[in-house]
Design a protein around this ligand. Structure first.
Ligand code: FES
Length: 189
């Protein structure tokens, strides 16, 4: 009997299932490496504190009642209500928010659905650090200092900047938007 096969000669994993298994393993490995890169404690085998765990894996069973980061506020410093926000925004148009302890301004990304993306944009220009702003008419971020431009995901579309805008982590939970001043485990761009 070939190793890994049942006595009736059938492979316990169909071709499709094996392929799915491999995809799962590769995906899990990539996620783990990326998470270890962002949070070195993972690759060093230390247990994650609740804040880090629930920022990275908000659906983890230990995070059911835990809200990581700080609550996102609108321009008038009012807590953002998820339902109201999604009713009043359009996919592809970033939404300015406040709320991180450093008093910075950041942008939520609205995806198709509409849904709030698991990452937001820190509008610090990667050229020399000026603050970029979303230009509604031109439909991209524009830097007031030397004219760099970025699309709605923060990717460079016009220099002199060469790198995408930095990201923060966003967790949507209990009708709240939580901002975590930490890049997400994987940059989806
Ligand atoms: Fe933004 Fe130079 S600082 S283009």
């Amino acid at each position: 009997m070939k190793e890994g096969y049942f006595t009736n000669g059938k492979n316990p994993l169909s071709i499709k299932t094996r392929r799915d298994f491999l995809i799962y393993m590769v995906g899990t490995t990539v996620t783990s490496i990326a998470a270890g890169y962002v949070f070195p404690s993972i690759s060093q085998g230390r247990e994650l504190d609740l804040e880090t765990l629930c920022s990275l894996y908000p659906k983890n069973s230990r995070c059911e009642n835990y809200l990581p980061g700080s609550q996102a506020l609108d321009e008038n410093s009012k807590a953002i209500d998820v339902k109201t926000l999604l009713e009043s925004t359009k996919p592809g148009i970033p939404v300015l928010v406040k709320g991180l302890p450093n008093d910075s301004v950041d942008y939520l990304i609205i995806k198709d659905g509409p849904q709030i993306a698991e990452y937001g944009i820190n509008p610090t220009c990667t050229h020399l650090g000026c603050t970029v702003a979303w230009n509604l008419q031109e439909n991209h971020f524009v830097c007031p200092c030397h004219g760099s431009q970025y699309d709605s995901q923060g990717r460079v579309i016009h220099g002199p900047a060469k790198r995408s805008l930095p990201l923060i982590t966003v967790v949507v939970k209990q009708n709240q938007v939580r901002l975590v001043d930490q890049k997400p485990a994987i940059d989806p761009r």
